[in-house]
Each structure stands twice: as C-alpha cells, then as structure tokens.
Design a protein around this ligand. Sequence first.
Ligand SMILES: Nc1ncnc2c1ncn2[C@@H]1O[C@H](COP(=O)(O)OP(=O)(O)O)[C@@H](O)[C@H]1O
Ligand SMILES: [Mg+2]
Length: 299
Amino acid sequence: MKAHAVSSSSEEHRSPIRLARPKGPCSVTPFRHAPTASAKVSLDGICLNYKVNGGRHLLALDDINLQVQPGEFLCIVGPSGCGKSTLLHLIAGLQRSTSGTVKVDGKLVEGPGTDRILIFQELGLFPWLTVGQNVEFGMKMKGISKTERREKIRYYLRLVHLSQFEDSYTHQLSGGMRQRVALARALATEPDVLLMDEPFAALDAQTRDLLHDELERIWAETGRTIIFVTHNVREAVRLGGRVALFTFRPGRVKREFKIDLPRPRQLEDSSVARCAREILDDLREEINKSLEEEYGDGR
Ligand SMILES: Nc1ncnc2c1ncn2[C@@H]1O[C@H](COP(=O)(O)OP(=O)(O)O)[C@@H](O)[C@H]1O
Ligand SMILES: [Mg+2]
C-alpha cells in the first residue's frame, strides 16, 4: 500500500495550507472528516484485491476512508475502472473487502441487508410483473403485510409521479419511467441508505434532468442517505452535498469537495459549471492516467 502524499483525504485535509485555501465563489471547499461516531456509513481502510488471470492480482481499491453522515448526499466521481462499482458492492454487502471494514450505524456489514439497497443502470425490473407488482416485490421479500404493501405502493408511486401506471407493464414505459419504477421499488423497502451506481447514465438529457429534480426532492422529503456514483462531474455537483473524487487504479480518495450551492440546482447553472470545472481539473489527471494505461502500449 502506497503512502498518500496528496491523495488521501485525511492527511491532505488536515494540512493547514489546504484548509486555509480561500473559498471560491462556487463554494467548493476541501472537506474535513466529521467524527465517525455519528456516521451512517463508515469505510475504514478498505482495500480490495481482485484475483485476475494467471494468479495475478489487481488492486482495485486502496485504503479508502470515508464517513457518510445520516441524510447526506455523497457523490463519488472517478474515471472508469477506478473501483466505484466495487465500492458500492462492498457497502451493499455483495462482496467482501480484502482488508478494512464497512460499518452501517456502527455495525459491521457482513452481507446484504434491508437497510441498504443498490440501484444500477440495468434496473432489474421484472417484465412479467406490473409496475405495482414490481414495487411490491421487495416489500414481499421483507415480509411486509398485504395492507401495508398496498398503502406503500400507492405512496411511493405517487412520490415518483407514476400513480397512473400502476397496472402497466414495464415494456409499456419509457426509459425514464422505468428508472422511476426502480426508484419507487427501492424506496418502498424503506432502506436507510440508497446506493446508486450511474443510474441515469443511459437516459436522454431531458429525462435525466427530470430525474435529478425528482431524486433531489425525494431525498429532501425522505431524509435518506444517498451514495451516488457517476463519472459525470456536473451531475455530481448538481446533486451532491459532497463530492469524493477517486484516483484511477487503484482507487483512492484523491480529494473531497463540499458543495455549498443552494438547492434546487440545475445542471446548467453557472455556479454548478464553475464547481464542476474545479473538480474536473483534478479529475483530468486521473483520466489521462487511465487513457495512458489503456492506449499507451507501444508508444
Ligand atoms: N470480478 C472482477 N474480477 C476481476 N477484476 C475486476 C472484477 N470486477 C471489477 N474488476 C476490476 O476492478 C477495477 C474496478 O472496477 P469497477 O469497480 O467496476 O470500476 P468502476 O465502476 O469505477 O468503473 C477495474 O479495473 C475492473 O476491471
Ligand atoms: Mg462502474
């Protein structure tokens, strides 16, 4: 494991020079970790080594330390292959780290749990079930009574503006509507923590803008903790209260940015663009590293 000169969060953010950096007009500030006791999700020294061909290993994540507070909206950005999905799988309990710990509410994560849910681009909706039945599915698995399920289907479909479509099948819906069904299904199980892995990456710009608005509203209304992964810096600034920027392989926290911009925000706000540019300057270095690795052979 390498030492973290600039990259890792804690050392850098303790530095008086970094902390003394004046706030720019876009309010991007280096972030100082809050005490861990109150954290909703706590990642401590996470390393993950994948076994790859020929007995070799690939260090995907290296010494990740992150605290996510209850009700926080944290966005994680980084180049493709930096371990973003891997990190969400670890928090979801779908995978084990090689070393380090993941805790939710101070308890070690040892497998999947109903307190966390992962939403990704391939929605995993069942085409043979109606919208309402898809939303009901997770609740059935959780053993929620039929009366309560009915109530919650109605409540969460209203929350994502799909009340009219309860009896439709998913193939009758647009991509954006399907994404909202997936969101309603996830929310209906009432997890404390929503883990979102590039959920809007495949949508057209207008649909994505609408879903940003809805997600922001739902987050404000329900007080859920959200960890949202994207490679799109503007999207991260649009949504997040904090943005953690990851390095290219192995994934480490290169820098964290607190986003103090007032809500609701829009992707095209000039303040969002300014924040994004500041983060992009840092990200570009990592993207170049990933391109060199991918295309650098024989140059
Ligand atoms: N099951 C696996 N076995 C081996 N290597 C993997 C596996 N899953 C992911 N990787 C590698 O780990 C790195 C991080 O992957 P991933 O978490 O999917 O990155 P991201 O989501 O940031 O694009 C990549 O280099 C990827 O090739
Ligand atoms: Mg990914």
